[in-house]
Design a protein around this ligand. Sequence first.
Ligand SMILES: Cc1ncc(COP(=O)(O)O)c(C=O)c1O
Length: 284
Amino acid sequence: MKKSEFVWMNEGLVPLEQAAVSINDRGFLYGDGFFETLRAEDGRPQFLQEHLARLRASAITFRIPFPDSFPWADRLSQLLAANGLEHGLARVKILLSRGAAPALGLPAAARPTLVIWAQPYTPPGPEEYARGWALATFPERRTTFTGKHKSLNYLFYLAARQYALDRGADEALILEADGLVSEGAAASLVYARDGGFYTPQAPSALPGVTLEVLGRGLAQRGLGLTCLPTTLSEIAQAEGLWLTNSLMGIMPVSSLDGRVLPISPATSLLQECLNLEAQSPPGN
Ligand SMILES: Cc1ncc(COP(=O)(O)O)c(C=O)c1O
């Protein structure tokens, strides 16, 4: 018999089949809310404080009350245990929407909706990491300031990813309004040049948690991760290019718009930096 799945809905755990959000919820009506996707290993959510800080900052910017007193760590443990995810890998999604409130604008009086959902996660296999992912540049530039927030309005990124898939690629490369390189559809970008590591300086890209953590890990080794305005041709000439996100970690890029890119041996160094940070206690 299939085991029941449980979801955290506002005040408690409910079976997945009973977890429902009202059609009045502004998350459904307008994408008026934010989410976080975390990786949990053996029941331990990784970089929880960093994810919560980003969620909180977005909620405050858009006037959604943030549940500051919510016992996040305890509730996540409870949820993972209820779903039999104390061992192995899990994908944890935290969704916070404004809830139901009339009128346009950003009404602050609403009672937000909080949903936390944990499912087993199967990462790409070792061959996939060794081979790397193909990138395709999405021709529509992202022109909204909401790119800085992990908003429930994910349509742009879904369309970008589909554009890449339709071309036999794995991920889309997103451009800023001025045509400079921004990020992936669901990942940040890191590249190597002249022995250093860089990430595109992109004013409307999501501040990636993995990127932040990687920056810390590299700094511990006396290395930098420098933010630099980056053109498409600079990316195409990089000595190594990687996609980073909370679930899959560090994925090398093997081609950009059909042009082959070198798979850099520095992947293992980046992965080590991330692993090291994942093992250090929160707040360190
Ligand atoms: C648009 C976008 N950029 C970057 C990232 C990487 O962010 P993080 O490292 O916080 O998972 C994501 C994650 O899904 C994303 O959706």
